[in-house]
Ligand binder design. Sequence first.
Ligand code: ADP
Ligand code: MG
Length: 196
Amino acid sequence: MIILNNITKTYGTLTVLKHLSLTLEKGKRYCLMSPSGSGKTTLLRILMRLEKPDFGSISTASGIPFEELVISPVFQEDRLFEAFSPVENVSISAGRFRKSAQIKEELERLLPKECLTRPVSTLSGGMKRRVAILRALLTPSDILLMDEPFTGLDEEIKQRVIEYIKEKQEGRLLVLTTHQDEDIALLEGTLIRLSF
Ligand code: ADP
Ligand code: MG
């Protein structure tokens, strides 16, 4: 269990997060839904430890320092190695834990076979998104953080991706951002709204 206590984050004169307190339970799926600019990415980046809050703290119920938990991120931007293939991109992160044949097999569940060995730069936006999602899910971790993972995915593919996420979450805490109400139902997720 992760406990966010009174998190405040400002950029100059802009207060993005104000006294935010939340408890996030292991194994659950949380959907952050609020208008653009309301601080969803900022909150995920704080959880990813890429930003520091001005005030407040993050702790765990188990007593393990939050900083020691392993995070699997899907960034709002894909952050893939564009010259490398999907198989290579996932292997860089998950290759210590899974054989290349297994990584290929998993990628084939969400992507056409013919694109698995092409440079990522030749893939569509939605395909890149799926590679980033697979990279996170196939790497062992404590927490999955996904910033707009479903951008560029059509309805049918999105539903397949959501089923895959549920299968591969494996008891981890998942926090993701989305703009669509229906995603919460599909994910059987818990809604979190950030208020200004
Ligand atoms: P969301 O993901 O909900 O769209 P963000 O967390 O990206 O929102 O941004 C929240 C607000 O913080 C926006 O007004 C954005 O312009 C501002 N912001 C985000 N990052 C920075 C930064 N590094 N410097 C200044 N302002 C920022
Ligand atoms: Mg954002």
